[in-house]
Design a protein around this ligand. Structure first.
Ligand SMILES: [Zn+2]
Ligand SMILES: [Zn+2]
Length: 283
């Protein structure tokens, strides 16, 4: 089995489940059946893409709808772990009885839909390290782990992290309200906070840099065990004054993982200290 990556490809057959109707309905929450051998690897806070293969609907089945081209039609967020259940939605199944089958289904939220401008597989030009053959060539499965770099490349293609509508959360995994305190009084407090708190930009940064503090190398998992797993703050490097209207966060260039102590120290001065600068001060 391909190793889980925390990102998923969901395979959608439009002949059995009318994804075009679902997206047009404006509904955002659903469940998606998962491959049995993957079901223990789905966790809240992961992400995935909905991939449509060949649309083999007959003209009668299409009933005026456009035939879909093979591609990625949505970005989804995983909301929890899979449960053995029937589909919770009616009206999108070609055969209603398909939805009535008890299967392991994972709760998902559509955070961006691409019905009118899908990422077409034949036009998807992936660099070698971001090439995911299961996404591109397809698979006889409900789900497949997705190469994180492929996922991030797709996000870049569809306009970047700012265009994904994630629900506001009070706290994110690996974060708490300290940011509110340390950024208090900062002119663009809310804006900067948003970059440091955007879950997708955070993930991209942490996929790249890992979960050790960039300043002091502290790792919460090593010290606190399980409760410290994946816990870290993310600091935004770009100076507030240089952020214009057109600014787009580049999670690798602009963000760094830092522990809450170092994060607080970085913000002891306005503008904030640099990472190297603070590293030089640590005794
Ligand atoms: Zn630190
Ligand atoms: Zn910061």
């Amino acid at each position: 089995m391909k190793e889980p990556t925390g990102y998923w490809t969901f395979y959608c057959n439009p002949k059995r489940w009318y994804i075009d109707d679902f997206i047009r309905s404006g509904e955002t929450e659903d469940t998606f059946s998962v491959s049995d051998f993957h079901r223990n690897y789905f966790k809240e806070g992961q992400f995935g893409v909905i991939r449509v293969g060949r649309d083999k609907r007959t003209l009668k089945e299409l009933a005026g709808r456009n035939r879909l081209q093979s591609g990625v039609y949505a970005i989804v967020e995983i909301l929890g772990e899979p449960k053995l259940m029937k589909s919770t939605k009616k009206g999108y199944w070609a055969e209603e009885s398909d939805g009535d089958k008890e299967k392991y289904r994972v709760p998902i939220r559509y955070v961006k839909t691409l019905l009118d401008n899908p990422v077409l597989l034949e036009e998807l030009d992936l660099p070698a390290d971001a090439y995911d053959q299961h996404l591109v060539r397809g698979q006889q499965a409900s789900t497949m782990p997705l190469n994180p770099l492929t996922f991030h490349t797709i996000i870049d293609l569809i306009g970047g992290y700012e265009t994904i509508s994630l629900l506001e959360k009070d706290t994110l995994p690996g974060e708490f309200a300290l940011d509110e305190v340390i950024l208090e009084g900062a002119k663009k407090h809310v804006t900067v906070n948003a970059y440091e708190r955007n879950p997708l930009a955070r993930k991209r940064c942490l996929d790249h840099y890992g979960y050790n503090c960039t300043v002091c190398d502290f790792n919460f998992y090593e010290v606190y065990g399980d409760i410290g797993k994946d816990f870290i703050h993310v600091h935004h490097l770009t100076e507030l004054s240089s952020i214009g209207e057109e600014y787009k966060v580049d999670p690798i260039k602009d963000l760094r993982p830092v522990c809450p102590n170092c994060h607080a120290m970085l913000h002891r001065r306005k503008p904030a200290y640099g990472i190297e600068e603070l590293r030089g001060m640590v005794k």
